[in-house]
Every structure is written in C-alpha cells, then in structure tokens.
Design a protein around this ligand. Structure first.
Ligand SMILES: O=P(O)(O)OC[C@H]1O[C@H](O)[C@H](O)[C@@H](O)[C@@H]1O
Length: 528
C-alpha cells in the first residue's frame, strides 16, 4: 500500500475514545473487507455471549461459575442484590481499613505506623498488583510495597534483607483466592519465621485476601489477624485487579482506586457496544484473529514505549495465555488454542530482540503502547529543538514503519498519560478483548485445567523425596541411585530421584553423592 492509501486506512479504522483519551490504530494489520464481513456472524455470537456473561450466566461451565469481573466496576450490573452489596461492602471495607492504617490507628505493636507492605501471592494474586504498583505508585508512596511471588528461598531472603529492621513496621498481606496455593503458603511460613526471629507476632501485622472459608481464611480468623478481605467465587485470579486483590494494595500505596475503577467502567461501556468498528476490544480481537488465523499462529509482542508500563506484558501474559491457551474447545474438540505473549519496553527492546522482529522469523505481531505526554512538566532540549521524549516517539514510529515495510503487522494503542484512570481502562480493554476472542474461537477462557498437571507432578516429587530420605536413613552404606529407586519401588522415576538427591546434596540436607557428577548413573548416595 502506498503512503496515501495507508493514511486513508489509518483514518478509516482509527478508534478514539474522547473521555479516556485513548486511540486504537489497527491500520497496520492487513485484513480486508471480505474478512470483516466473514467475521461479523462470529462477532454477533461473541457479543451475545458477553451479554449473557455480564448477566450472570455460568460462563465457566467446567467449574459451574459465573464470571463477574465486569460487575466490580459497576455493581449495578451485578445479577443479584447480594452480589451488588458484597462489591460495595468490600470497597468500603478497604477504604476504612486503609484510612486507619494511614492515620496510624491500625498500627504494628512495635512501631508508630506501618511503613511497608509485603504482598505474598502468585499468578493472578500478584501480577495485577505488581503491574499497578510499578505503573502508578507515587515516587514516595504512603507505604512501600514489596512482593514475594515465588517459592525461591534466595528471592525471599533478598526481600527480607531489604526490609531489615523495617520488618517490624511491615504490613504483611497474603493474597490467595483458593487459600491453598503452595507458593504463597511457603512465603508466608518463611515470613512468619523471620518475624519470630525478631520477636514479632505475625497475626498483629498480617491481613489476608481470600475466599471466605478457605484454609487461609480459617487461619487468619482463628489466629486473629488484623483483617481479612473477601475474594468472591465469581472472580478469576487473572481478572482480579479490580477486586480486593488489586484495590487493597493500590489503596495502601495511595493510588486512587476510584479512578482505576472509573477508567475500567468507562472502557466497559465502550467495549459493550455490539458493533466491531466502534468497540475497541472487538477491534483487538478482530486483529488477533486476522493475524493468527484464529489459531494463535502469531505471537503478541507488547511494546510499551514507557518505562512505567514495563510490567504490562507480564500482566497480559497471564491474562491472555492462561485464558486462551486451551487444549479443548467448548464442544470437547482438541484445538490447542492460545496466543503467546511477550515483551518488555521500547525503545530498550530495539537494542535487543527487535532485530529478529524486523528481519527474522515472521511469527508475531507487535502491539505498540504509546503515551503522548512525555513527563509531568516541561522537558529540556537535549539538542536544538529536540527532547528525549521526541526521540522516544521517533523510535516508536520508526520501528512501526520498519516492521510494516517488511510485512510485519502491528497495532498501536495510544493513551494521553499513564494514570489510574487510563490504567483501569487498559486493563478493562484487554479483559474484554480476551473474552470476545475466546468466544470467537469457542473456548472456555475462565478455567485453567493445564495448571493442575504441574502441581500434581510437583506433589509427587515431594512424596518421592520423603520416601527416598526414609530409605536412605535406614541404609547404613552407600547405595546407587537405581538400587535406591528399586528399594522404594520407584524405578520409573529414577531420573526424578537423581534430581531430588542432587538438590538435597547441594543444600547440606544430609545426603552425600559420591562419584563422577557427569555420570549420574554411577553415583552413590549416602546418608550422613
Ligand atoms: O490466588 P490463588 O488461589 O493462590 O491462585 C494463584 C494462581 O495460581 C493458579 O495456579 C492459577 O493458575 C492462577 O490462575 C492463579 O491466579
């Protein structure tokens, strides 16, 4: 296409939302009118699905659950008065609690006020709060947030070391919808022990966000933690940013949660329109379908040209991949759906992997996130007539053009500035696009059966560890790994057994491995 035709295509397809100050440019996705016409019936179905979902239908058939994240920013839409009241009550509870913490009315026993917040959670119970904190926390927040989002002892140590003496003025927030996920449980146990070492009483500094009745809920209420906040059955982890999961840590840091909710609500209104061209989420879903043939054949590379949006790609990775990455469709056919998501930020990534995007394997489409306002306040010039922000803007435009010239498609989402309102809108935009796309390809976006396989396998590894340790302890001499496997009737898991022993040996856990490490089959294990 020549420049004039492209400019016309840009104008024909440009979506603009005045109140949010958001532009969506899909002109550099190559689809034609015939494709659009062919997609219309599918979209009619997707719009109907969305209406049913928002009306309280069981949109997650496997788990027999409603899907209600859209109600969180407009409780009026909730399907029952009870759900509406739950949503309102939770926001009120958050605000009351946060105000008391900020004033020092709720305080740690050994300090005047809480200075830090340690958020312990994983997946949907971490990625939204991490993204929002990095994008929106003030430079000097009322409370500094830290995250433990893994079962990595060294990672936990780093956080605890940084907190040091301030552990006594740290509010500990354990987030887990199910209340039984091992990683946050492990993080919590480690933090409990660290508090104990400083003679601090964990319940006096702890709060939880979890489903009422969960293991975590029972622990928090029976041990007298400071407070608990509910997570409802109809909120999925990856769509929980506007529930207590996201709102509580945001409010504690001094982020305007009402603006966050308002931005999402405004975007929800825009993305509820049952018309592709005037609905930005439908336009995104249309593009994803067009580039990947409705089969996820192209990866989604997220390139925000703004440092404070660097965690957007990680956040979207879970939202998109856990929602769309499914083996079966809703009719039980094997479809192996999904769209891979990755990215960091521009222009930084131009000096890393953009080389491949431009010249290498064309298995992706880019999504540029552009922020018009460079910074708060004026910019000085770094050369006559040019600011650093002009460079950033030029790099974005240049990369978009260079990619397109080489038949690499891209979407550009432009916002005026990064603030709670626009971040709320972005979250809602992608939530709806994922929902719509899931309908287009006929999959359940709200369950994650595949995640269970890894969890079960990990539990089996730990069981094998117990058995092998017992056997080793009762065996006074050294024993080869295959003999040990035979002894505990785990011949099939001999490789896993070797890895367990190697890990234990590396951590002074009583296991000694002797022999040549490059010949694992000949190693002798011994209890010492
Ligand atoms: O909040 P939790 O129940 O602890 O779950 C945390 C995360 O872990 C699970 O494995 C799921 O795959 C995620 O969707 C979820 O967000």
């Amino acid at each position: 296409m020549d420049a004039i035709t492209l400019w016309q295509r840009y104008q024909d397809w440009l979506y603009y939302h005045e109140e949010i100050g958001l532009y969506l440019d899909i002109s550099r996705i190559r689809f034609d009118q015939a494709f659009l016409e062919a997609m219309k019936p599918k979209f009619d179905g997707a719009f109907r699905d969305m209406e049913a979902l928002e009306g309280g239908a069981i949109a997650n058939p496997d788990e027999q659950r409603m899907v209600g994240h859209y109600w969180l920013r407009n409780p009026e839409l909730a399907p029952t008065p009870q759900i509406k009241q739950q949503i309102i009550d939770t926001v009120n509870k958050i605000e009351t609690f946060v105000a008391k913490v900020h004033k020092g009315e709720i305080k740690p026993p050994q300090a005047e006020k809480f200075t830090d917040l340690l958020s312990i959670g994983i997946g949907g119970s971490a990625l939204g709060p991490q993204f929002v904190a990095d994008a929106l926390a003030p430079d000097y927040p009322l409370i500094n947030i830290h995250f433990i989002d893994n079962s990595d002892p060294d990672g936990i140590d780093r956080i605890l070391q940084r907190l040091g003496d301030r552990l006594k003025s740290t509010l500990i927030l354990v987030i887990s919808k199910s209340g039984g996920t091992p990683e946050p449980r492990n993080g919590m146990m480690e933090v409990k022990q660290a508090l104990l070492k400083q003679n601090l009483h964990f319940p006096d500094q702890a709060i939880a966000t979890t489903q009422i009745g969960s293991k975590l809920y029972q622990e928090a209420t029976s041990q007298g933690w400071l407070e608990t906040f509910p997570m409802e059955d109809w909120i999925g982890g990856r769509t929980s940013e506007m529930s207590a999961v996201g709102l509580l840590p945001a409010a504690l840091q001094g982020i305007d949660i009402h603006a966050l909710l308002q931005g999402a609500q405004t975007m929800d209104i825009a993305t509820r329109q049952p018309d592709i061209k005037t609905n930005p989420a439908a336009l995104l879903a249309l593009c994803w379908y067009a580039v990947g043939g409705g089969r996820g054949q192209k990866d989604m590379v997220i390139l925000p040209y703004k440092d404070r949006l660097i965690l957007l790609s990680r956040y979207l990775q879970q939202l998109v991949m856990e929602s769309l990455g499914k083996e079966k469709d809703l009719d039980g056919n094997i479809v192996n759906q999904g769209i891979s998501v990755y990215g960091n930020k521009g222009s930084t990534d131009q000096h890393a992997y953009v080389q491949q995007l431009r010249d290498g394997v064309p298995n992706f489409f880019a999504t540029f996130i552009e922020v018009l306002r460079d910074r708060q306040g004026p910019s000085s010039e770094i050369e006559p007539g040019v600011t650093a922000g002009d460079y950033l803007s030029g790099f974005l435009q240049g990369t978009r053009e260079a990619l397109y010239d080489n038949q690499r498609d891209s979407i550009t989402v432009t916002i005026t500035e990064v603030n709670p309102y626009t971040v709320g809108a972005l979250v809602a935009l992608y939530e709806r696009a994922v929902s719509l796309y899931a309908s287009l390809v006929n999959i359940n976006a709200y369950h994650q059966p595949g995640v269970e396989a890894g969890k079960k396998a990990a539990a089996q590894v730990l069981e094998l560890q117990h058995q092998s340790l017992q056997a080793l302890r009762s065996h006074s001499q050294g024993i080869s790994i295959s003999d040990l496997a035979t002894k505990i009737d785990a011949q099939e898991q001999v490789e896993t057994l070797y890895k367990i022993l190697r890990h234990l040996a590396a951590n002074d856990r009583g296991v000694e491995l002797s022999g040549d490490p490059s010949k694992p089959g000949q190693l002798i294990a011994k209890w010492r």
